[in-house]
Design a protein around this ligand. Structure first.
Ligand SMILES: NC(=O)c1ccc[n+]([C@@H]2O[C@H](COP(=O)([O-])OP(=O)(O)OC[C@H]3O[C@@H](n4cnc5c(N)ncnc54)[C@H](OP(=O)(O)O)[C@@H]3O)[C@@H](O)[C@H]2O)c1
Length: 315
């Protein structure tokens, strides 16, 4: 596996760090794409020391910034001649945050980090993925999208650039869930776009995993207490990292594209019935996702906004 190259965003903590460890231990070349090199360097060294791998690279990337993504992709292409596996693991979720924040492209920060940044990065790296014999992209999604089983739930397309920030209450949880729903829709669309080129694009529905001590340390005190309590029973990130590895390397998923996959490695289906008891099964189970994700007008809006942002940045 020495020649297989894997890029993992947000690889300095939580599931991303566990995934960097797993891929390195299995002999893959790993590029940790992280925004803070000072805190990420000791993590790189720790993984190198414990796996014995000499092929773990650390490169700077702020996935909420199109300039940073462009710089990262150019530097990556100068250093590597192909890309085999791209894992969009990094995410923005500031627990309890009530202040609306914009990215450098003036997009709400959850959407910039969790949806449009990964879209732009994948588009820029698609020609390097073409050079792999088995290119796979994996997007970190969440069970939080099940909130879209509520028929009233919708992405605030009219407020993603802060149009109503002065008058609408900001909820970091709602924006996080909305941005992950947008990311799922982009996953389906990217898969369709690149199917003929052989680039497979899937999403993984992450349910619950212990939060890293670094992530808990950033929280306000009452959120810290809650996270601490949840961490008592939540599983370790290594289990989810094993799923990342399996979905990106196993023969079973070699030809799978455009799918959402759950924590049991099963393909999640669009719900055909969102009424009554079926709805309860949808909400408490992990087998169906809301049909909101495949409604054409929603997909077109997310894709259209992504393409408009990318075109504006490239012009
Ligand atoms: N843990 C769970 O229970 C759970 C549940 C559902 C879904 N997920 C998803 O699983 C993935 C990993 O979650 P986790 O719990 O392991 O998270 P985590 O430990 O909080 O790590 C998040 C990572 O993303 C990085 N990041 C955030 N903004 C970034 C940016 N603009 N540019 C580059 N990197 C950025 C962070 O970097 P810094 O260290 O510099 O902040 C950190 O490395 C995320 O996509 C998350 O949404 C997790």
């Amino acid at each position: 596996m020495k020649d297989k190259i894997t890029v993992i965003t947000g690889a300095n903590s939580g599931i991303g760090k566990a995934a960097a460890y797993k891929f390195a231990a299995e002999g893959y070349r790993v590029v940790m794409a992280c925004r803070n090199l000072a805190i990420s360097k000791p993590v790189q060294q720790e993984i190198m020391a414990s796996t014995g791998s000499q092929t773990i690279d650390l490169m700077e990337l702020d996935v909420s910034s199109f300039d940073s993504i462009q710089t990262f992709c150019a530097a990556f292409k100068a250093r590597y001649d192909k890309l085999d596996i791209l894992i969009h693991n990094a995410a923005f979720l500031s627990h309890g945050e009530t202040e609306y924040k914009l990215s450098p492209e003036r997009v709400e920060l959850s959407f910039a980090t969790n949806a449009f940044g990964p879209l732009y990065m994948t588009e820029l790296l698609a020609d390097w993925l073409d050079r792999s014999h088995d290119p796979r992209v994996l997007n970190a999604c969440t069970t939080n999208i099940k909130n879209f089983f509520d028929p009233k739930r919708a992405i605030e397309f009219d407020n993603l650039r802060g149009e109503h920030r002065a008058t609408r209450r900001y909820s970091s949880y709602k924006m996080y869930g909305d941005s992950k729903m947008a990311f799922l829709m982009l996953t389906f669309k990217m898969a369709e776009q690149w199917r003929a080129r052989g680039i497979k694009v899937n999403a993984i529905q992450i349910n619950r995993v212990k939060l890293s001590k670094e992530t808990v340390a950033k929280m306000k005190s009452h959120w810290k207490a809650l996270a601490w309590a949840q961490n008592l029973t939540n599983p370790h990130p290594s289990g989810m990292a094993d799923h990342y590895f399996y979905l990106c390397t196993s023969d079973s998923f070699k030809h799978v594209t455009g799918q959402l996959i759950n924590h049991r490695r099963e393909i999640v289906q669009p719900a055909s019935n969102e009424q009554g008891l079926n709805q309860l099964k949808n909400i408490f189970g992990s087998s169906y996702y809301p049909k909101y994700a495949i409604e054409q007008s929603n997909v077109d809006q997310v894709w259209g906004m992504g393409q408009t942002l990318i075109a504006a940045h490239s012009s």
